[in-house]
Design a protein around this ligand. Structure first.
Ligand SMILES: [Zn+2]
Length: 292
């Protein structure tokens, strides 16, 4: 099996993107494992600091290691938007495949300083762990929003330039960057995220790091395909999964008020999660939906 770094290289060469899907419970783990097994596509399981706080940093690392060992599937684990150094250290020691240290709310110089220190800490624990930095504020949290978050980057003038991204990448040594290119975390009701494909292409060509698209929930398939073709090598999806999980759970409990077995109540949620994940993998170039 290839390493995450090798899969990233393959994705970049073949103009595909690796899907990054957040989980915080067993239904998410089960859905990602089954889709990974059924499709053979590499998948990154993401846990934010909040999600990791619920499921446990060492616990999720052990579970993914166990799945990979026993099923021999390309399922990887990312610490998503970690902000505290002690949590970064725990994730690195627990064996995460990649860690995103997020200081995007700071100014560029402070962001560079903090991200570099996080990267040094991570690589001192295990130099095989890939590091990611976040550039430009796009809101925090995977939720359905009424409005664009205050201070989020939306105009071309505010978006991350090649020069900024190059300086950031060279000074921090990160393997991946998540630049603000018109994307917003979560789903904003009544607002269409306009991705700047020209900027994505410029960043891909001008910066020595893989590009990660955050906040892909709510972005239409055509735009996502174009973002991948323009050079995004990883795409993050969370809010759409949360919605699929919650809707499936609510529907099953309404339809079956007498059922109390958790594994029966939760099974439809797993199936709905799998549908979203499979569809995204098709959009990102890994599976042909008509064959799966
Ligand atoms: Zn994100």
């Amino acid at each position: 099996m290839l390493t995450l770094k090798e899969y990233l290289q393959q994705a970049a060469e073949e103009k595909k993107a690796i899907g990054h899907f957040n989980i915080s419970n067993w239904e998410g783990i089960k859905a990602l494992t089954e889709v990974c097994q059924e499709s053979g596509a590499p998948i990154i399981m993401g846990v934010s600091q909040g999600e990791a706080g619920f499921i446990g940093i060492s616990e999720i690392a052990e579970i993914v290691a166990d799945i990979r060992r026993n099923k021999n599937i390309p399922l990887f684990l990312n610490a998503d938007h970690f902000k505290d150094m002690d949590k970064v250290e725990l994730a690195a020691k627990a064996g995460f495949d990649s860690i995103l240290f997020d200081a995007a709310t700071d100014n560029l110089m402070d962001n560079i300083g903090k991200t570099r220190r996080a990267g040094e800490l991570i690589k001192s624990i295990n130099k095989e762990i890939l590091t990611e930095g976040e550039l430009g504020y796009i809101g925090v949290g995977s939720e359905v929003r009424e409005n664009v978050p205050a201070g989020a980057v939306i105009t071309e003038e505010q978006m991350i330039t090649v020069e900024q991204a190059r300086e950031f990448t060279e000074k921090t040594g990160v393997n991946m960057i998540g630049p603000a290119v018109g994307n917003i975390h979560g789903i904003v009701k009544g607002y269409t995220e306009k991705l700047n494909f020209k900027r994505i292409k410029q960043l891909r060509e001008g910066v020595n790091a893989y590009l990660v698209l955050h906040g892909a929930s709510g972005i239409d398939d055509k735009s996502l395909k174009k973002a991948v073709a323009s050079g995004m090598s990883v795409v993050h999806v969370n809010t759409e999964l949360r919605l699929a999980w919650k809707n499936a759970l609510e529907k099953y409990m309404q339809d079956n008020p007498s059922v109390v077995a958790p594994y029966k109540i939760l099974e439809p949620a797993v199936e709905e999660l799998k549908k979203v994940i499979k569809h995204k993998l098709e959009v990102f170039g890994w599976v042909n939906e008509s064959n799966s």
